[in-house]
Ligand binder design. Sequence first.
Ligand SMILES: N=c1c2ncn([C@@H]3O[C@H](COP(=O)(O)OP(=O)(O)OP(=O)(O)O)[C@@H](O)[C@H]3O)c2ncn1[C@@H]1O[C@H](COP(=O)(O)O)[C@@H](O)[C@H]1O
Length: 109
Amino acid sequence: MDKNKDHVLQRLFDTVISRKDASPELSHSARLMSRGRHKIAQKFGEEAVECVIEAIDGNKEALISESADVLYHLIVMWVDAGIEPENIWAELARREGTSGIEEKASRSQ
Ligand SMILES: N=c1c2ncn([C@@H]3O[C@H](COP(=O)(O)OP(=O)(O)OP(=O)(O)O)[C@@H](O)[C@H]3O)c2ncn1[C@@H]1O[C@H](COP(=O)(O)O)[C@@H](O)[C@H]1O
């Protein structure tokens, strides 16, 4: 069994991808995707800004809720762009063990 399937983000991705051909009347994901890439990106940006506001204000519960909104809208953006969660996990795995300080220094050389 693919253990990634147990992950809530993978299940959410599978649900959103299954909504690509769903009715915009019945599915929020289908409605958002039917409105196009600019709208999807705009919604992601709005949710990210709401996260920033709650983080700065120190509202832990609100930050948890806004973080879930950000992840949902990020997943809609991946589906629209043809990106799979595995692509992101692979990039994160590639970075494992490389300090961000070292990586930044190597870019400026
Ligand atoms: N995680 C979420 C999720 N998070 C937030 N939202 C919706 O995102 C919407 C955000 O509302 P807004 O008013 O900000 O956005 P909007 O309706 O696009 O409005 P405008 O910006 O156009 O004014 C709300 O309707 C929320 O319910 C979500 N909708 C769906 N999911 C997941 O996606 C699954 C599939 O949902 P459907 O596609 O609706 O079947 C669900 O079972 C959930 O697991």
